[in-house]
Design a protein around this ligand. Sequence first.
Ligand code: HEM
Ligand SMILES: *[C@@H]1O[C@H](CO)[C@@H](O)[C@H](O)[C@H]1NC(C)=O
Ligand SMILES: *[C@@H]1O[C@H](CO)[C@@H](O)[C@H](O)[C@H]1NC(C)=O
Ligand SMILES: *[C@@H]1O[C@H](CO)[C@@H](O)[C@H](O)[C@H]1NC(C)=O
Ligand SMILES: *[C@@H]1O[C@H](CO)[C@@H](O)[C@H](O)[C@H]1NC(C)=O
Ligand SMILES: *[C@@H]1O[C@H](CO)[C@@H](O)[C@H](O)[C@H]1NC(C)=O
Ligand SMILES: *[C@@H]1O[C@H](CO)[C@@H](O)[C@H](O)[C@H]1NC(C)=O
Ligand SMILES: *[C@@H]1O[C@H](CO)[C@@H](O)[C@H](O)[C@H]1NC(C)=O
Length: 509
Amino acid sequence: MFTTVDNISSVRASLVVALLSTVLLLLWKTYYKFIQLGNRIPGIGVWNLAFGLMNQMPKDGPHVGLLGFLMNFVNSHEGEPCRIWLLNELCVILTKPKDIEVVLGNVKIFKKSGHYAMMKRLMGQGLFTADDFAVWRRHRKIITPTLHFNILKDFVPIFYKQATKLANKTKDKEQVNIFSAVGLCTLDSICNTAMGINIFAQDSDNNTFLQDFYSILKVWHTRMTNPWIMLDLMFNVSRYREIHDNAADRMKYFTNEILHLKRDKYGVNKSGVTVRSESRSTAFLDMMLTCWSEHGLSDTELKDEIITLILAGQETTATVNSFALIMLAYHQNIQLKVQEELDSIFEQWRENDCPSFEDLQKMNYLEMVIKETLRLFPALPIIGRALNEDLQVNNVTSPAGSTVGVFLYGTHRDPDLYPSPNDFNPDNFLPERQSKRSNYSFVPFGAGIRNCIGQKYAMVQMKTILSTLLRRYRVSPGSGSPPLDNLQLMITSSLKPKHKINLSFTPRR
Ligand code: HEM
Ligand SMILES: *[C@@H]1O[C@H](CO)[C@@H](O)[C@H](O)[C@H]1NC(C)=O
Ligand SMILES: *[C@@H]1O[C@H](CO)[C@@H](O)[C@H](O)[C@H]1NC(C)=O
Ligand SMILES: *[C@@H]1O[C@H](CO)[C@@H](O)[C@H](O)[C@H]1NC(C)=O
Ligand SMILES: *[C@@H]1O[C@H](CO)[C@@H](O)[C@H](O)[C@H]1NC(C)=O
Ligand SMILES: *[C@@H]1O[C@H](CO)[C@@H](O)[C@H](O)[C@H]1NC(C)=O
Ligand SMILES: *[C@@H]1O[C@H](CO)[C@@H](O)[C@H](O)[C@H]1NC(C)=O
Ligand SMILES: *[C@@H]1O[C@H](CO)[C@@H](O)[C@H](O)[C@H]1NC(C)=O
């Protein structure tokens, strides 16, 4: 009898051992394959990084910090796929249009890379950070119609009013900190159009919402450039957590308040019955509350989406509007051409006239200027995806479990695609030149299923703000601003110049 028990337990033991070793073998095989495939891609590895990465982040030159590192790195591999081992994480960097297409054009590659995870603390399952396909698709279906061009038409007067406010503030000013001034204007614009309320950011010098937002961006930047704090475990015990969470809580509280006010206004109760209000505004939130009551979003989902739209729409458009003004300040001949076009659209001097949607459509040259700005200064210089399956890109295989970084900043400055790639030249976007290039040679809004949902919104907003300023003022570099060839760029969540830049606004007449 005892022997039987012994037999059984030894059989059990050997079964367990067999099972364990199979699992280990399988794990090792997958991991081994992962390492092997990764190592076949040209690039740099663990030790270079652990001990030398900081030395490879340029402190000077046209590209500073992480941006400079990435630029040097892809250039030394001639833009072909190249990899970085970040400890056990494999990241493959792509810049060539045909390589980018393989990733962004593939509908099965949906999941964002791990670097987006830190944003989830604030944006939850909002579109930008969502990683559940079914949730994302449902939300995207609900939000897409709120950005329909009929609705964008209604937004023009809102953008115009905020742009006028900015114009009033910059009148005759010799030293306007351009990113700060424009940032307040785009914040007011986005809050107006997202929540249907005015937060008067432009009317005070310290708006708490914007300050909270900036302190969160700072924490994200610190985490991105500091691998230790990137780890949740370390972050949770660091002082950054408190800074982040305090700011995030205030932003969420604020959004919640607005949401409740709106719920009351429209009488949308828990069972989803809507009492339509006559004075319905076209703000995203109002649209989502009134058009989608039955299959609509829960309060948490709505809050995530509103915060996402504000975050994704404020900083990006502030960056591009500011860089456009900076470029025009440094290129007076191009600015004059923009103003000639504007003068021909607004025949008489109509300082206080809001442009019509049709007026905006006529601003072809300004649109080329904006596109050229998006080329040289894409607000999001790199985007990332996580691979669930092995992916063949060009002549390398990026294994399942690795991260792909689409370094679109590098694409936009590839001399094979754009002659003199670092010069500001709106003629790059003459229709005949544009049609000669691959669609994936210009991807400031990403591409494929997770492309930017706000790109039309962004165009309308930027045209309105820029035309309003340029109709009135001649913009020039403020005294003390660096010469153009000393404009140092870096990544701080979005793309920014290293030094603050002042512009001067002189009335044209
Ligand atoms: C010049 C301005 C803008 C630029 C350069 C820009 C750029 C981008 C890029 C590159 C992506 C893709 C990110 C990725 O693939 O990981 C993206 C996604 C997104 N953008 Fe924009 N964006 C701009 C303006 C806006 C505006 C105004 C809004 C909202 C009104 C917005 C809302 C979003 C959202 C919600 C997503 C996530 C879409 C999804 O995953 O389904 N963006 N944007
Ligand atoms: C801008 O200034 C003009 C003239 O001073 C004024 O009529 C207008 O109301 C101001 N606009 C805004 C939005 O403050
Ligand atoms: C700016 O914010 C600080 C702290 O929140 C506050 O003490 C100060 O009074 C504010 N200043 C203005 C001009 O609103
Ligand atoms: C860190 O904190 C967040 C939010 O409080 C929590 O969801 C997460 O599980 C924590 N992570 C670790 C590793 O402690
Ligand atoms: C929602 O509102 C409708 C119409 O006003 C009402 O009949 C229904 O009882 C309400 N449901 C809840 C849960 O309050
Ligand atoms: C892929 O091709 C490029 C250039 O054509 C070459 O430099 C690189 O070594 C090749 N990579 C592999 C893994 O064969
Ligand atoms: C490029 O984009 C245009 C407009 O979206 C589309 O009509 C065209 O088919 C695309 N070309 C390629 C090669 O994908
Ligand atoms: C920008 O303007 C501010 C005043 O608005 C001034 O204090 C600062 O020195 C200026 N910066 C440069 C680089 O000229």
